[in-house]
Design a protein around this ligand. Structure first.
Ligand code: C5P
Length: 248
């Protein structure tokens, strides 16, 4: 993980997803949260609405950006996009592990070379294994007979041997990945987090931030429970407390 990002404290472990439709709203949230949050995730909604300038603006104000565009294309194209993400100054970006080893290797190499040549910080490159919305039936539709857990395990190992820094994975897959990839510096970023007091937590589709960190996640991603709160800063502090309690 990028040197500036990795710190073993609660503050750096909570990534807030800026899933909003306008740069102004994103900057408002950034300003409200910047004292408590180190890394902000910019995904396809905000990036499509506001363009790369929103990344530059947050980086220039001292925020770290996880660019969540889940690149998946021919190796040359993904490597080229990775070079531009490096030049944009993001701390983390991700690519689909199902794009295969060559796509991942070429991207990791291009990013490292560009950062070294141009004197930039090398972003961490994460692999997306199986989206949490994809189940056995979805995999069957696209010709994959194995279940999600088997595919996650295979793709996480492939991401590691292809030189990626880690993966994005749901809390329920952390154990499988930690057992398969025997490298403690392999980063796991986990979305699908809800507060213990959130009613949807009862459905068990989500984990709390504390549970995910205790299960072995390095970072958790939280969007709507913070963005939609009356006070996003207050909501963020509640998640930070849950993480602090889990770290001990
Ligand atoms: O609002 P919520 O906390 O559910 O936001 C979760 C965030 O994590 C969203 O930005 C979503 O795109 C992202 N996500 C992801 N990979 C998944 C599931 C969610 O990057 N498998």
């Amino acid at each position: 993980m990028s040197r500036q990002v990795i710190q073993n404290n609660a503050k750096s472990k909570l990534i807030v997803a800026l899933d909003v439709d306008h740069a102004d709203r994103a900057l408002e949230l950034f300003e409200a949260l910047r004292d408590d949050i180190v890394v902000f995730k910019i995904g396809m909604q905000l990036f499509t609405a506001a363009g790369p300038d929103i990344v530059r603006r947050i980086v220039s104000r001292g925020g770290h950006v996880f660019l969540d565009l889940k690149y998946h294309d021919i190796p040359n194209t993904v490597a080229a996009a990775g070079i531009e993400a490096t030049r944009l100054g993001v701390s983390i970006f991700n690519i689909h592990a199902s794009g295969g080893s060559e796509m991942m290797k070429r991207t990791a190499e291009a990013v490292a070379e560009t950062a070294a040549r141009e004197g930039l910080t090398r972003p961490a490159v994460l692999g997306v294994t199986v989206l949490t919305s994809v189940d056995q039936e979805t995999l069957r539709q696209i010709g994959i007979a194995d279940g999600p857990a088997t595919v996650v395990r295979r793709l996480a190992l492939l991401a590691q041997t292809s030189g990626l820094d880690g993966v994005v994975a749901s809390a329920h897959e952390i154990k499988i990945i930690r057992e398969a990839v025997r490298n403690s510096s392999f980063v796991i970023v986990t979305p699908g987090i809800r507060s213990a007091s959130d009613p949807s937590h009862d459905q068990r589709r989500f984990m709390t931030a504390g549970e995910a960190i205790s299960a072995g996640a390095d970072y958790v991603v939280v969007g709507r429970p913070i963005l939609n709160a009356e006070s996003p800063a207050k909501a963020a502090r509640m998640f930070l407390q849950e993480i602090s309690d889990a770290i001990g």
